[in-house]
Design a protein around this ligand. Structure first.
Ligand SMILES: *[C@@H]1O[C@H](CO)[C@@H](O)[C@H](O)[C@H]1NC(C)=O
Ligand SMILES: *[C@@H]1O[C@H](CO)[C@@H](O)[C@H](O)[C@H]1NC(C)=O
Ligand SMILES: *[C@@H]1O[C@H](CO)[C@@H](O)[C@H](O)[C@H]1NC(C)=O
Ligand SMILES: *[C@@H]1O[C@H](CO)[C@@H](O)[C@H](O)[C@H]1NC(C)=O
Ligand SMILES: *[C@@H]1O[C@H](CO)[C@@H](O)[C@H](O)[C@H]1NC(C)=O
Length: 486
């Protein structure tokens, strides 16, 4: 019979219409619809590969029912091509459908290829239709999944009705694969079915959206300190793109903050664009000094745009002063540490006072003395008018002069401030051993020589030696003060 059919098929003019593919999960009921318009004529289903007719009797796991081909339920080996044929008087119409059955895997609840068209929502509302559910008898939705996970989110966000899932004010994060899991009854048996489609959110820039207050949350209680200032901020989303009507404002017990007859309250507004042209408004209510009466007041923020207005109310509450207030604790600890350090330093000083003083002296003295010494010496030399040098053999042996001698000689020879008096107490004879500068002075002015005969009466002021000395000394009122030079 089947063979005869085939021969007939090939002799008649055959029109191939379309081909479609169906993807399904294993062990679920699947109904496949012949793509062509059958005009209430008999439709026959065949396995494409084998040309085997699929029976129309109920009861078989795979059976045809008019335009529909049933899998109750699917099995992996059902994957393949199926042909539906409609006979007309002088021709036949046929289509091919390809069926692909997927095995269940952990975390996967829908075939990789989604057959059903995407559902698109706007930022105002979203509605997803459970695909194919109309094809099944006594179908009941058991559960909805998003990306294979049971729907999560606030209860009021989703609502279900018949074959629909409604999403309130969908966001970009609501986009994804939505799977409806339902059961159907066929010949007294219950079958599982799942069908998945993609939901996308269209950001319709032109269509206005309801405003949303982002903060504070309704009925929030704000902690304040009596007598202190406090800022309460209210931020709201007002739509996409600049809005014709955009208001975010505070009311205190139903009276707009700007109309309150107290200068303790100030309100600042600002509006700005953020992200994907989102339009936002913020109002900051400043209370300069929180008073008792503010704790009984209702502070209400209202956000208003073209579509609607929303409001949240907050109240104030006194901060409970806590014992272990961090701030004062840190201050106390800080003071204690400081006092301990000071006490420790005092004890150390008592113990090592002498060592410390000596150490300081050792460190600072050299510089100090050098400074004092050198300066005082120089000043005294500056003040002197005569430099008396006593020439002795020891002086000749001495390799170099003392510091003060050097300065005095420098003063005498270079600056010409001091007159030099050279006293030769013992006969030195040859001056070759003397310093160059001394020899120069001797050559210039000679020396005053102590003669043996002076010894007889050394203190006699009228001796020739002393007369010469007095002669070379400057004129002074008290001639006894000779000790000017170093
Ligand atoms: C089903 O038909 C398509 C073409 O429509 C073909 O590519 C594919 O190989 C067929 N599958 C089987 C299992 O024969
Ligand atoms: C089949 O026959 C009808 C008339 O009975 C005619 O209108 C139609 O064009 C024919 N179709 C083909 C494909 O020959
Ligand atoms: C459906 O959405 C997916 C993911 O966003 C996209 O890749 C695909 O092109 C969409 N299909 C149609 C028909 O728009
Ligand atoms: C249908 O699915 C549920 C949950 O996934 C499962 O517990 C039940 O056994 C399934 N029923 C059949 C007939 O496969
Ligand atoms: C604040 O709001 C609450 C609840 O709506 C109300 O009972 C109370 O009377 C309000 N207080 C004032 C001062 O309006």
């Amino acid at each position: 019979m089947d063979l005869l059919q085939l021969i007939l098929l090939s002799t008649f003019l055959s029109v191939s219409v379309t081909s479609e593919s169906f993807h399904a999960m294993e062990d679920e009921a699947l109904v496949v619809k012949c793509p062509q318009d059958c005009q209430n004529r008999t439709v026959k289903w065949y396995h494409t590969q084998t040309n085997q007719l699929i029976p129309a009797e109920e009861g078989g796991r795979i059976h045809s029912s008019g335009r529909f081909l049933w899998f109750l339920p699917t099995s992996k080996e059902d994957s393949g091509n199926y042909t539906c044929v409609t006979h007309y008087s002088n021709y036949t119409k046929q289509s091919t459908v390809s069926v692909m059955v997927y095995l269940h895997k952990q975390g996967i609840c829908f075939p990789s290829q989604i057959r059903y068209p995407n559902d698109t929502g706007t930022l105002t509302s979203g509605r997803i239709v459970c695909p194919t559910i109309d094809n099944y008898e006594k179908a009941t939705i058991v559960k909805w999944y998003k990306d294979c996970k049971p729907l999560q989110g606030p209860r009021e966000k989703y609502s279900m009705g018949g074959k629909y899932l409604f999403i309130k004010r969908p966001q970009k994060t609501d986009e994804g694969h939505y799977t409806c899991h339902f059961t159907c009854i066929h010949s007294g048996n219950i079958y599982n079915v799942s069908a998945t489609r993609i939901f996308r959110v269209k950001e319709d820039v032109s269509s206005p959206m309801p405003s949303q207050i982002q903060y504070p949350t309704d009925n929030a209680v704000i902690q304040v300190e009596s007598g202190s200032p406090v800022n309460i901020s209210c931020g709201a989303f007002l739509g996409i793109g600049k809005q014709n009507i955009a208001v975010v404002t505070w009311e205190v017990n139903g009276i707009k903050a700007e109309y309150l007859n107290t200068s303790r309250f100030h309100e600042d507004h600002q509006f700005f664009m953020r992200g994907d042209r989102g339009y936002y408004g913020e109002s900051i209510l400043t209370i300069e000094e929180v008073k008792e009466e503010d704790l009984l007041s209702n502070f209400t923020c209202t956000a208003l745009n073209e579509i609607d207005h929303v409001m949240v109310t907050v109240t104030l509450q006194l901060k409970v002063p806590c014992k272990g207030d961090n701030h004062s604790t840190y201050t106390t600890i800080g003071i204690l540490v400081l006092l301990s350090i000071i006490a420790l330093l005092l004890i150390l000083y008592q113990f090592f006072r002498i060592d410390i003083v000596l150490l300081c002296q050792r460190i600072f003295k050299p510089y100090k003395t050098q400074d004092d010494a050198a300066n005082a010496l120089e000043m005294r030399i500056q003040k002197s008018r005569r430099l008396i040098i006593i020439l002795t053999p020891q002086l000749i042996q001495c390799e170099e002069f003392g510091y003060e001698h050097q300065i005095a000689l420098y003063s005498a020879l270079i600056q010409n401030n001091i007159k030099v008096i050279l006293l030769e107490m013992e006969t030195i004879g040859n001056y070759a051993g003397l310093q160059e500068s001394l020899r120069y002075i001797i050559k210039q002015q000679g020396t005053i020589k102590w003669k043996e005969k002076h010894k007889e009466c050394p203190h006699a002021s009228n001796s020739k030696f002393w007369k010469l000395v007095r002669y070379h000394m400057p004129l002074i009122h008290k001639p006894s003060q000779l000790n000017h030079a170093v």
